[in-house]
Write a protein of this length. Structure first.
Length: 89
């Protein structure tokens, strides 16, 4: 148990140091990871727990698709912003 706590502590410390060095990149990557994990968790819950014969159970699947779309936007929006900034220079 102490090994797991130590590993989590080291990861948290590394994340804080990275946040101090590169705050925007770290925040974007953190949001990407959280959105990906949330979409994956919702999809897996839908896959294992839902009754696929009942059409009302597809709402969770739509939620997973929306989360996956938001995850994709974290790649697309920074590229668009970078392109717009380069055009101004």
């Amino acid at each position: 148990m102490w090994i797991v706590a130590g590993f989590v502590g080291i990861l948290a410390l590394a994340w804080i140091v990275r946040l101090a060095v590169n705050p925007v990149g770290t925040a974007v990557n953190t949001v990407r990871v959280l959105l990906f994990l949330a979409a994956l968790a919702v999809f897996l819950l839908w896959l294992t727990l839902s009754d696929k014969q009942d059409p009302s159970h597809y709402e969770a699947l739509w939620f997973a698709i929306i989360l996956a779309g938001l995850w994709l936007l974290t790649f697309i929006l920074p590229a668009i912003v970078r392109t717009l900034i380069r055009r101004r220079k």
